[in-house]
Design a protein around this ligand. Structure first.
Ligand SMILES: [Fe+2]
Length: 258
């Protein structure tokens, strides 16, 4: 499996505090059947400003250490970027690191709302040759209230220009009932493309995917649940377009009545 969203690099953000914790997380990931992790420290979220070269260096050092320790895991560089009007400018300036230095940019919304004018921002990034991954939309209060927003957003662009990444813990009800309910709605309506751990430590937010894949299998079937942690993230780290017979559907509104 490939985990495209993970805060395992030591002491760069609110993820792993030190190298010991990093190595614990790497062992856990490998034991869960994860082969490749994209390290995605927070950037430009108002708290953390991590530059791409610092991340590239930390990833290279960690891969050397993993080889020494005999831990069978490959770490690739990336970044989780808070959406802001400066995003296109920063990207073109090389201040933002797309996943594995290719074409997909992992972005997160402020958790409380959907950013105004996000569609225009996506247009600018697409014109520059990038695609976007929305980090854990199921945890956004605006999307929890209006999951149909994602359907409309995705349909403004070519298929798979925007991918939605749901977090394993959300499906496991670890991020509250609203996130769990929304994750299920996104799965049922083909609005979730990737599953990732968004791991921050080895205890409360661990780098584990397989239990959540099992739950997703019961909703969308085994094959499609497997794609979310294999074929789709592989295309992401290679910077290649996704292809699948997978049409987004408009979430029905009746669920709101319950
Ligand atoms: Fe994250």
């Amino acid at each position: 499996m490939i985990d495209v969203h993970n805060h395992l690099l030591p002491a760069l953000d609110d993820g792993a505090e030190n190298l010991d914790e990093t190595l614990r997380m790497c062992r856990m990931a490998a034991e869960d059947g994860i082969d490749v992790v994209v390290a995605t420290p927070h950037a430009y979220d108002g708290k953390f400003v991590t530059d791409p070269d610092t991340i590239r260096t930390a990833v290279a050092e960690l891969n050397d250490r993993l080889a020494e320790e005999g831990i069978d895991l490959m770490v690739l560089p990336g970044m989780e970027v808070r959406v802001s009007a400066e995003l296109p400018h920063r990207l073109l300036n090389g201040e933002i690191l797309p996943l594995n230095d290719r074409t997909y940019v992992l972005v997160e919304f402020h958790p409380a709302h959907i950013p105004v004018g996000f569609e225009n921002l996506v247009h600018q990034l697409v014109q520059s040759g990038y695609r976007l991954i929305l980090a854990h939309p199921e945890q956004n209060i605006g999307i929890q209230a209006r999951p149909e927003y994602l359907y409309k957003l995705l349909n403004l662009f070519d298929p798979f220009t925007i991918l939605c990444q749901i977090t394993a813990a959300s499906i496991m009800e670890g991020n509250g009932s609203d996130s769990a309910k929304t994750a299920k709605i996104l799965l049922e309506n083909n609005l979730a493309h990737l599953m990732a751990s968004d791991a921050h430590n080895a205890l409360s937010r661990p780098p584990v995917l397989s239990p959540a894949v099992n739950i997703a299998s019961s909703i969308i079937g085994e094959e499609r649940a497997a794609w979310m942690v294999t074929d789709f993230p592989r295309a992401v780290i290679e910077g290649e377009p996704l292809s699948a017979q997978w049409e987004p559907q408009n979430p029905r509104r009746w669920w709101r009545l319950w």
